[in-house]
Design a protein around this ligand. Sequence first.
Ligand code: GLY
Length: 369
Amino acid sequence: MKVAVIGGGIIGLACAAELMRAGHDVRLFDPAPASGATHAAAGMLSPAGEAWHGDEDLLRLGVESARLWPEYAAWLEATSGHDVDYRRHGTLLVGQDHDDLQVVRRTLDVLAKHGIAFEELSRRELRQCEPTLSARAGGGASLPDDHSVNPRKVAAALLALLDRRIQRCRATPSTASASVDGVLTDDGRTISADAVLVATGYALPDQVPQRRYVRPVRGEILRAHLSSGEGLTRTVRAIVHGEPVYVVPRAGGEVVIGATSEEHGGEPVPTIGGIGRLLDAARTLVPSLDRAEILDVVARNRPGTPDNGPLLGPGGIDGLYLAAGHYRSGILLAPITARILREHIESRGGSCPTSSADPFSPGRFDRRN
Ligand code: GLY
């Protein structure tokens, strides 16, 4: 099939690569691929560490996608020749004080209910796992199956794979007699397609009926460099005196500290208040961060939805498909999203065998109203 993908963040890139792998004729349109939320993402493949009460369909989808990641990362590296820094060291969930530990225990209750592996750790056991954690970190749990990847490297690998299939311009779906038949580019070209997949995060084109359900949620994040021996071996996700924070180690002594989460109307800029809160929480958790060199500070909009879940599947107009609204989980959900959208497109809007996608149909909010 001839497929046009609008949007070159991790989701659009992964969907385009999957369709290309399946033998379809793919074009992807984005004026600046991988420069939105993908550029700010920490790369936690952490369905357990980000599990919340009430988001249990999302937990199932996330666990399924996390299981695809080892093979996906190996395939990406082998076909693109790019390393993606896939790390299997697991994640520690930490509560700093007594109240923070109650929040951690609520997450562990959700994991126990779903049979997801974890091991509770005392203050002493935490420090045995990660000696650079503060001696005051109260306790927590180890999540062995929550891994991580470097999203900028994943994007570089996907960009290399797709290469000349990427057109650096804006495009919108073009419609003819109530169906979508291709795209219109901002340099005036009309390109026909059997299917148009919109993967533009929170900024859906006017033609997409579900655009009112996706909103920007600002996230601020920073990258720093620590001398060898002062860093962490695994991701730490913590609540520190009520403030959520995570620290994700990467190759070469780099760490990512994130992330704020803020509803706002304007451009996503890093703020003194947001970065200050993150740094206070991160330094309390890992005191050696005091000596870390700041490499960059970034803010981007996450694509939020009313139930925190993505929009996956037919977009309400013949020929139109959506893979958008991935909120906090774009990197984690990239492989499963790519598979689900390929299945939908190949069945021309019919059924999709991956049943964990059922709760995420783009029409669900209209049906609830
Ligand atoms: N998944 C991490 C974040 O959205 O900050």
